[in-house]
Design a protein around this ligand. Sequence first.
Ligand SMILES: Nc1nc2c(c(=O)[nH]1)N[C@@H](CN(C=O)c1ccc(C(=O)N[C@@H](CCC(=O)O)C(=O)O)cc1)CN2
Ligand SMILES: NCC(=O)N[C@@H]1O[C@H](COP(=O)([O-])[O-])[C@@H](O)[C@H]1O
Length: 237
Amino acid sequence: MSSPKRITVLISGSGTNLQALMDAAGSSRLPNAQITHVISSRSAVKGLERASAHEPPIPTQVCALKTFLNKVPGSSREDYDKEVARRVVETKPDLVVLAGWMHILSPAFLAILEGTDSAPPAPAQLQTSVTNPSPLPSAATRFPIPIINLHPALPGEFDGANAIGRAYQAFQDGKITRTGVMVHKVVAEVDAGKPLVIREVEIKEGDSLDDLEARMHGVEHEIIVDGARVILESLST
Ligand SMILES: Nc1nc2c(c(=O)[nH]1)N[C@@H](CN(C=O)c1ccc(C(=O)N[C@@H](CCC(=O)O)C(=O)O)cc1)CN2
Ligand SMILES: NCC(=O)N[C@@H]1O[C@H](COP(=O)([O-])[O-])[C@@H](O)[C@H]1O
């Protein structure tokens, strides 16, 4: 069997989808795969604790937009995106999964992961620190690096943030009786990339928002693994 495929996961919060990926990696649901790095756009989030609690601990790092802009005078959001891309490429992933990553990635980020542009060096003002660092493979990184995203809505519906809340409001307004979850390829247009896995989720009479969110999260934790498997299976060995 070839060496395990490497997955870098980007998070911004509690990390329940990261946990689903960690639990599945190496099993029949996600064979010959390992979560090798976690990068968070926010500090002190539970997702970072989940990675560090994994056995063995998964290297983590934080790269927050506001911190970056404050530490690098004159920098832009695009400069931040390029720094995130540099850090992602440095992890030598076969696949990048956005698992609750709450930052819209610019074309500059995508170009670096496609391999059509190269990342600039890390800004001198930044000391990048990785928790639980682990050795990197000597093998060269293969481009383009695929990126997938978990989005709690059906294609073309409720793109963007707070999708579950907006679906619930539409249900209360009598406009829908179902929503859904999808895993899609990441392109510049938010949540508009090719869907890889789609699952409808019923909204039931009497549901509270919490009821719907719980139902949605349960589906998320299943299909994020399915989406990762679809991509890894498509990669040449
Ligand atoms: N280029 C892309 N970037 C991202 C995609 C994508 O499909 N293409 N998916 C999103 C994930 N996401 C929904 O699935 C999403 C997350 C966040 C936002 C958003 O409006 N973010 C704001 C900041 C909000 C905050 O910090 O709370 C922003 O980036 O200004 C929209 C969609 C991830 N990126
Ligand atoms: N647009 C993307 C989006 O809204 N994703 C949402 O972020 C949550 C992250 O949870 P987690 O940090 O526990 O995995 C997910 O449950 C998903 O609904």
